[in-house]
Design a protein around this ligand. Structure first.
Ligand code: CA
Ligand code: CA
Length: 210
């Protein structure tokens, strides 16, 4: 998504010539703030709205979502290598409102090649604040939320209702014609056997995603 700048790079292992054993690259996690109330914790497949600051080892700030770009937090899908590997490991079991410091070795960040202004072999420190946690679009929870009559398949009406709620939640006015068109587009793609419903199997197992 918006984290294209932090996109994927193959991990590289640090080879310790004299040690004999390869040390596991690990993310060092410090919880800086954990809210008193925590209704759910982040897990793979969730989408997280995060603010981030990234620092080089010498303490120089190289990116801050509060300063750079449109200054807005970004949505990030956990566990699918949307960003760097260290994020997938370091952002699990977080609560909305929680703030962590992640120290990520190069093998779990941009490796021995670096990327953009990230030099090769950089250990990076991120301060990450999770503003919101939501079910990913392909989660079991999302399906259940959409399947209003619990018959394990989604009708056009159910998908339309879901769209209406999603748009409303993001502050957009309802647009019946637009939603109907979106529903038609969704069914053209997702309803593989063309029976007029999206089954849980059709919903969950995606051909070209993840
Ligand atoms: Ca249904
Ligand atoms: Ca179907």
């Amino acid at each position: 998504m918006l984290l294209a700048a932090l996109s994927w790079l193959s991990s590289s292992l640090l080879v310790f010539v004299c040690g004999g054993k390869l040390p596991e690259a690990e993310v060092k996690i410090d919880v800086l703030h954990r809210p008193f109330l925590c209704h759910r914790k982040s897990k793979y497949g969730d989408i997280l709205l995060v603010h981030q600051e990234g620092y080089f080892e010498n303490g120089t700030l190289f990116y801050s979502s509060r300063i750079n770009g449109d200054k807005q937090p970004v949505w990030f899908t956990l566990g699918i290598r949307e960003g760097i590997k260290g994020w997938d490991e370091g952002l699990q079991d977080m609560c909305a409102g929680e703030k962590r410091r992640l120290v990520i070795p190069p093998a779990l960040a941009y490796g021995k090649e670096g990327r953009g202004k990230i030099p090769p072999e950089s250990t990076l420190t991120f301060i990450i604040e999770v503003m919101e946690i939501r079910n990913g679009p392909r989660s079991h929870e999302s399906f259940q939320e959409m399947d209003l009559n619990d018959d394990w398949r989604l009708s056009k009406q159910e998908v339309k209702e879901y769209l209406r709620k999603e748009f409303e939640r993001h502050g957009y006015p309802p647009n019946n014609t637009q939603h109907e068109q979106m529903v038609e587009d969704i069914f053209a793609k997702e309803d593989e056997n063309k029976d007029g419903f999206i089954s849980s199997r059709e919903f969950t197992y995606k051909h070209d995603e993840l």
